[in-house]
Design a protein around this ligand. Structure first.
Ligand code: KG4
Ligand code: ZN
Length: 359
């Protein structure tokens, strides 16, 4: 049964290394408003290991989630009675963390008699542009994060048509690995972007995997290997070399994404009035990539929408919003719902080939 009227939702996000809770309101006209958005980044916990350690992440979520929920409610000037539902990421992600968030949400739902909405983390990213910019369906989406690189047509809530995905590494993963091999620190994406600021993007030509090939799948592992070989050949790395390598890598990623997106725009076959292109996920906070993708959209006659950087990286507002969109359609979940490590947005999409394929 669909729900009329405003909906106020608490959303929990614990699928990777951000512990987050937020309160979001969906107004009766379908527009959204963020009432609070509390995020605790576990960077300090994972930095000594140069990457996210799942067991450490799960323990940190347990430690911080209760405090973040209190903060999110206080910041929103909301009490339990003001909530219409509780939403939590139920996958995909690091399963220990997903369990912490989903079980906490179940406990609250049971104790407070609130409906539970189990949210696909990817749907949280996919629908954020509707919270920030009220983008109508359908639209073309480039979802680029630490675990995923996909091009999808978003037809509605829960309705996705995947056009392409990576056949090996995700783009965020490539940023993280490049940062690590050049000793730039963790998390890698922002470190590469910072380092590239003063670099010469044309100094080192790098391979552009799948560039110009039919379709809109991605491949980043060959590019990452080429950067490794380049860094080894140029060692010891000076600050100048680091900047030029980072800038060359970033520019190559921008060219590859632009090419794949151009193909997807043709494949998506969207009607004239629905030529909208949305970018989401942590990598979408990169300014060079945003600028390149904006230029492609302009060239192909697509509107360009990208949420503010802090809503591209993982946060609770995107989960609360996806929960609100589902609740408005009457989509709720029972307390027997299980966390999922793997949960594709388009379960009908063909399996991709290649090692280390991500759904
Ligand atoms: O969406 P997200 O916060 O978490 C996942 O769902 O994976 O994305 C995290 C990914 C990481 O790989 C991180 O290095 C990358 O997004 N990232 C960036 C930037 N900020 C975060 N990549 C490139 N440039 C950035 N500024
Ligand atoms: Zn994410």
């Amino acid at each position: 049964m669909t729900r009329e009227g405003p909906l106020t939702i608490l959303g929990l996000e614990t699928s990777c290394d951000e512990t987050a809770a937020a309160v979001v309101r969906r107004h009766a006209d379908g527009s959204g408003e963020i009432l609070s958005n509390a995020v605790f980044s576990q960077i300090r916990e994972h930095a000594p290991y140069g990457g996210v350690v799942p067991e450490i992440a799960a323990r940190a979520h347990i430690e911080h989630l209760d405090g973040l929920i209190s903060r999110a409610l206080a910041d929103a000037h909301a009490g339990w009675d003001d909530l219409d539902a509780i939403a939590a990421t139920a996958g995909p992600g690091l399963i220990g963390g997903v369990i912490v968030g989903l079980m906490t949400a179940k406990g609250i739902a049971l104790a407070r008699g609130l409906p539970l909405v189990a949210v696909n983390h990817l749907e949280g990213h996919a629908l954020t542009a509707r919270l920030t910019d009220a983008v109508p369906f359908p639209y073309l989406l480039l979802l680029v994060s630490g675990g995923h690189s996909q091009l999808l047509v978003v037809e509605g809530v829960g309705r996705y048509r995947r056009l392409g995905t990576t056949i090996d590494d995700a783009v965020g993963e490539a940023f993280d690995k490049v940062a690590k091999l050049m000793g730039l620190g963790f998390p890698g994406g922002p470190a590469v972007e910072r380092t590239a600021t003063d670099g010469d993007p044309s100094r080192f030509p790098l391979p552009r995997p799948l560039f110009g090939k039919p379709g809109c799948d991605f491949s980043f592992s060959g590019l990452k290997t080429a950067v490794r070989q380049l860094a080894e050949a140029q060692a010891p790395l000076t600050d100048r070399l680091r900047a030029d390598i980072a800038a060359s890598f970033q520019a190559t990623v921008a060219e590859v994404l632009a090419d794949r997106v151009r193909h997807a725009m043709a494949m998506a076959d969207l009607p004239e009035g629905a030529r909208r292109f949305v970018v989401a996920g942590g990598v979408a906070s990169n300014r060079t990539l945003r600028a390149r993708l904006e230029a492609v959209a302009a060239e192909q006659g697509f509107g360009f929408i990208v949420p503010p950087a802090q809503l591209c990286t993982d946060n609770g507002a995107m989960i609360a919003w996806a929960g609100a969109e589902r609740l408005a359609l009457g989509l709720m979940d029972g307390l027997d719902i299980s966390p999922l490590a793997r949960w594709p947005l388009d379960p009908t999409a063909h399996a991709t080939r290649g090692a280390g394929v991500k759904a």
